[in-house]
Design a binder for this molecule. Structure first.
Ligand SMILES: Cc1cc2nc3c(=O)[nH]c(=O)nc-3n(C[C@H](O)[C@H](O)[C@H](O)COP(=O)(O)O)c2cc1C
Length: 346
């Protein structure tokens, strides 16, 4: 079953700017979720390459104060791809240079975001409807930096149209990108239905650059399935929300659910505490705690007493208060006698 993982090795890009990966699991760009503090936790657990949340190229061009907060990264933690969005080559080119200067290892262009406020600017998923603009944007970024450049696309805008889509992918691959990430759902589909995995087979056999598959990866078997279809790596998004230990399972295999044992729950909440500390260091005390609230909601999604503590989670505003709450959760969660064998469903 794991033949495709034996001796896994992948280099994205070339020369001294190439990124070497020793396993195929990459953390997706996830706006509002995979921020620098959480990405740090994922890297501690073995992730080698993670993406920033999508960042407005225009915002970077205009010197928005948010850039440092979203894109601030310590390169020693691991490889970081800065994902930028926009539809103006001049903004994208400037943003790419700035991200390279900040120490990111790769630039990714978002050509898949289905959010209305992004689409109305002709950016994100809207770029798929304007192939010439998309290629002009990519060309401008490729000319601006020496680190690898990639693109993350969906399988179409309203509907999947095989001919035009495959033509676009061919054009993208021949322009000089180092890899293509494909989330095989259309923009209009949002996150509904399932990812169309068969499209990974087609695209992988069509292009020479590595294809990274995104969509519905939850277990190691999903990783193996995508690699067998020709993907060279996979991205994981929603399955890692509030569940960083899943990284170990995705990378090393096994089916053990850590939250089915007391030790596992302790390890899970230990990561939550570390995450809180990173969050406070990154955003400051109050904002760090406020930003951490949603994460704590995800960390405790399977805690049987969750409904009771929901209100408390969404009111914590200091480190002490949040640590106390996590301590209480741990005491209660680990004292449930039957925890050992129960698999709580999400
Ligand atoms: C809350 C949320 C935020 C996301 N933010 C981004 C983003 O900033 N850039 C991007 O390219 N994709 C974004 N995505 C899409 C994911 O990267 C991924 O392609 C998609 O969720 C499918 O993968 P999954 O099933 O592993 O979650 C986001 C998805 C979600 C649910």
């Amino acid at each position: 079953m794991e033949d495709v993982l034996t001796g896994f090795d992948l280099t994205v890009g070339s020369g001294d700017a190439g990124i070497s990966l020793h396993h195929p699991v990459i953390a997706s760009p996830m706006a509002g979720v995979f921020d620098p503090p959480y990405r740090r936790i994922l890297h501690d657990l073995g992730i080698e390459l993670s993406y920033t949340e999508m960042i407005s190229s225009r915002g970077i061009y205009e010197g928005s104060g948010k850039t440092e907060e979203i894109a601030g990264w310590i390169p020693e933690i691991g490889c970081s791809a800065a994902q930028i969005f926009g539809s103006e080559p001049v903004y994208l080119s400037h943003a790419a240079k700035e991200m390279e200067r900040m120490g990111h290892h790769m630039i990714d262009i978002n050509a898949g975001c289905p959010k209305r406020k992004v689409l109305v600017q002709g950016s994100g998923g809207a770029l798929i409807r304007t192939p010439e603009r998309l290629l002009a944007c990519l060309g401008a970024v490729l000319d601006s930096v020496r680190i690898p450049v990639s693109i993350k696309i969906r399988s179409g805008y309203h509907t999947f149209e095989k001919g035009p889509f495959l033509d676009l992918v061919k054009d993208i691959s021949s322009i000089g990108v180092s890899c293509i990430a494909l989330h095989p759902r259309t923009v209009a589909q949002g996150f509904r239905g399932s990812a169309e995995r068969g499209l990974i087979d087609e695209v992988s056999s069509l292009v020479d650059v590595p294809v990274i598959a995104s969509g519905d990866v939850r277990e190691r078997s999903d990783v193996v399935d995508y690699l067998r279809r020709g993907a060279r790596a996979v991205m994981v998004g929603r399955a890692l929300m509030g569940d960083p230990l899943r990284v170990k399972r995705l990378i090393n295999g096994g089916t053990h659910d850590p939250l089915s044992t007391v030790e596992g729950i302790r390890e899970h909440l230990k990561r939550a505490r570390e995450h809180l500390v990173h969050s406070v260091n990154h955003y400051g005390e109050r904002r760090g705690c406020v930003r951490f609230r949603s994460h704590l909601g995800w960390y405790t999604a399977r805690f049987p007493g969750r409904k009771r503590i929901r209100d408390r989670i969404f009111h914590v505003s200091s480190t002490d208060e949040t640590m106390d709450l996590i301590d209480n959760i741990e005491r209660e969660w680990t004292s449930i006698p039957s925890t050992g064998n129960i698999k709580y469903s999400r």
